[in-house]
Design a protein around this ligand. Sequence first.
Ligand code: ADP
Ligand code: MG
Length: 228
Amino acid sequence: MTSPVIELRDVGRAYDEGPPALQAASVTVRAGEAVAILGPSGSGKSTLLNLIAGLDRPDSGTVTVNGVRVDRLGEAGAARYRRESIGMVFQFFNLLDDLTVADNVMLPAQLAGMPRAAARRRAGDLLETLGIARHARAYPGRLSGGQRQRVAVARALMNRPPLLLADEPTGALDQAAGEDVARLLRDLNDEGQTVVVVTHDLRLAESCTSRTIELVDGRVVADVAAAR
Ligand code: ADP
Ligand code: MG
């Protein structure tokens, strides 16, 4: 077995109001896995993903990614960790509308200090691989949802993160575009990329992952490996 990429142990997270968003959640993900986090709205899926991404901190328990105690990072450490270790894709793409597609994709590399020419080359390669090279100079507002999500995936992969996280990546897409993004995630995983996808769409989970973890009321209630 490969070593764990993600290890959450007994993680709890509560907000000021309402029941805990996560309770005693323990999850281990190994290199090369594709895992879906399923569960109804409000069950703690995004909270879990944000803890893995270092965007939030648990109230109890530990979050370890590639041997780094993410729950102990300060602000600067967490920013650096996210830049180097995490690629993240969101439901509404989170692209910058006043930058071109190419500049959106290059941004993470530039923040990491990669020279502009090298960043431009890598962005070009990614856009080519993802089938959107002809839109490199376009602004995101001109693209379809499915194309925008491809741009977001390219941006997420820019710094070659060991871990790709996606929070409802097909939630704003029509069925065909959603299936297209699911296929893309599966292809990336086939090439070795570790992927964690949050969704409430069981079909998406089945089409692009080989394991499903189910949350209900902030608790892990199922963790099932499936033949794909
Ligand atoms: P999911 O992604 O599965 O829909 P979330 O992780 O977003 O669920 O939310 C889990 C619970 O935590 C919900 O009850 C939600 O209302 C609550 N919650 C999430 N974010 C916040 C926040 N920033 N402030 C207060 N409560 C929150
Ligand atoms: Mg959510």
